[in-house]
Design a protein around this ligand. Structure first.
Ligand SMILES: Nc1ncnc2c1ncn2[C@@H]1O[C@H](COP(=O)(O)OP(=O)(O)OP(=O)(O)O)[C@@H](O)[C@H]1O
Length: 285
């Protein structure tokens, strides 16, 4: 599911989007108390227009600032919510296979994606997540999120219209197939920054073609804790929650059911970035 944090994922997504793109708008979501889903799109070919995308909140969960990170390039910002359904434009998705990036909060996902977006400033777009929570004063329907009613959201769930969805803090969050598909149809590769439960959902989705899965790992628990504290964005309780969740995510990554095609250990940032870059846009991508 898009990420959802005990705290809201929207702030995270927006924050990340802004950080990543240096823009004033973005979107994404996650469904975990600490993270959420960030959906980004990398065009596989030069684009003539802008887009937006990105979310992961639950993953969006551990940090209240990493909600899906989506970035909106104004053109799509005002678009109405797509009529997502369980049907998929398989050709577009398989031609521009989305990338799912996951890893513990603090592993460095935002840092590395920011670099990637800076290196390819004209190639990114982002998808917009759905949520049943009320928009905040500064938020616009179709920009930060597609704000829908609970009934509309659950209808879409019944149609298998989400590649992942979750409930946090009493609200539903989800990344629709249509939102990701739109990016693929524009010749872009959508990058989804998703927490563990969302990864499982995407991997098991009945109709959505399998994306490529990348797991970003911290070099050790000790280093992860240092980085979370160094980020100075969380209170002690939130740090402890992220560290606890990181153990679960690391165990999952080592398990047979983990769908990851590539695991990158983020020790030296330059080296990790090159590995991620190669996986996403390298000649064997
Ligand atoms: N290789 C590295 N060496 C040292 N510090 C790093 C490295 N990679 C990331 N960091 C730092 O670690 C902190 C956590 O990184 P970042 O916020 O990118 O993690 P994240 O995986 O996006 O977390 P979240 O899921 O909570 O958004 C940041 O302060 C970042 O600057």
């Amino acid at each position: 599911m898009p990420l959802t944090l005990p705290q809201s994922s929207a702030p995270l997504q927006q924050s990340l989007s802004r950080q990543l793109l240096g823009l004033g708008a973005c979107r994404a979501h996650s469904h975990s108390p600490t993270t959420h889903t960030r959906t980004l799109a990398l065009p596989s070919a030069p684009l003539g227009q802008t887009h937006k995308g990105a979310s992961s909140t639950l993953l969006r969960s551990l940090r209240l600032s990493s909600t899906a990170r989506c970035f909106a390039l104004s053109a799509l910002t005002m678009a109405p919510p797509p009529p997502a359904t369980g049907t998929v434009d398989t050709h577009a998705i398989e031609t521009n296979r989305p990338i799912v990036i996951s890893g513990p909060s603090g592993a460095g996902k935002s840092t590395i994606l920011k670099r990637l977006f800076e290196e390819f400033p004209d190639k990114f777009g982002f998808s917009i997540s759905h949520t049943t929570r009320s928009p905040r004063a500064s938020e616009k329907h179709g920009r930060e999120y597609h704000f829908v009613t609970k009934e509309e959201f659950l209808d879409l769930v019944d149609q298998n219209g989400f590649i992942e969805h979750a409930q946090f803090g009493g609200n539903h969050y989800g990344t629709s197939i249509k939102a990701v598909e739109d990016i693929a149809e524009q010749g872009r590769i959508c990058i989804l920054d998703i927490e563990m439960e969302g990864v499982k959902q995407v991997a098991m989705h009945p109709t959505f073609p399998r994306p490529r899965f990348l797991f970003l790992s911290p070099p050790s628990e000790e280093v992860l804790e240092q980085r979370l504290r160094g980020r100075a964005s969380d209170k002690e309780e939130a740090i402890q929650k992220r560290l606890k969740q990181s153990k679960v995510e690391m165990e999952f990554a080592k398990s047979p059911e983990a769908p990851h095609d590539k695991i990158v250990v983020n020790d030296d940032l330059d080296k990790a970035y090159q590995e991620v870059r190669e996986f996403i846009i390298g000649k064997n991508a």
